[in-house]
Design a protein around this ligand. Sequence first.
Ligand SMILES: [Zn+2]
Length: 281
Amino acid sequence: MAGPADAADPYRGPLFDAHLHYNVEACDFRAACPYPVAHVYATLQRAGVRAILANSRTNEGTHALAAAGDAARAAGITVVPFVRLYRNRADYTGWFADDSITTMVIDELSKGSAAGAFRGLGEFHLYEAANADAPVARRLMRLAQERDLVVLAHVDDDAIERLLAHAPQARLIWAHTGIGGVPVARVQELFERHPRLMGELSYRPGLTDGRGGLSPEWRALFMRWPGRFVVGSDTWVNARWDHYDVLMADVRRWLGDLPPPVARRIGWANAAELFGVPSPD
Ligand SMILES: [Zn+2]
């Protein structure tokens, strides 16, 4: 039985957390704030994160991260703000048919953030792929394509095809690259068919081998498509903030099973190039 001594050295370069939420449970700005902005930046800095794709329910969380420019700069962190579609939990399951979401998104886009213009839409969820054809889903995909906004979508493989049918030139990051564990062969098929599709890797079943290293089939996928993947924490509940250091250490562990240039692409450079974030070193 192989032991931890066999593990490769972890990746030690910069990380781009391309799936970060600062939701109302982490800080509601009026009552409880278990994770103040300063704590968030200290946590990210400790983990070696140098840029974040920030999106929050409500968008107030993202505005707060963006507004703390001095703290972000002091921690060496670039904030890439996204407009999330959710005002509350109910919006997770109804946004795609609710025109007031379109209004909110357009309003947020016109206001921008203290860290600059919003760069994308999401994360949004579709629990049934057919809802990818609902009116607001179509409209927002076309809006993203027109305005060169990146979309972060937590959906299944069928919904990926439907969303990209509405806006074939849209930039789409597939949150979790199929949280339901869609086979790697199907992921590959979608990547071949949609050259601008990228995959984010939090919660992806089968990614690691049970000892924290990379599974052979995912390693092969990354070697084939080194430019198409990004990493993320998905701080969707406060427990993810509690364990943020461990989450990022886990990412560094499996990235260490890749050749260093590929590890850096997936851990940092793919997202940094997508959003034009300069290299920190
Ligand atoms: Zn998420």
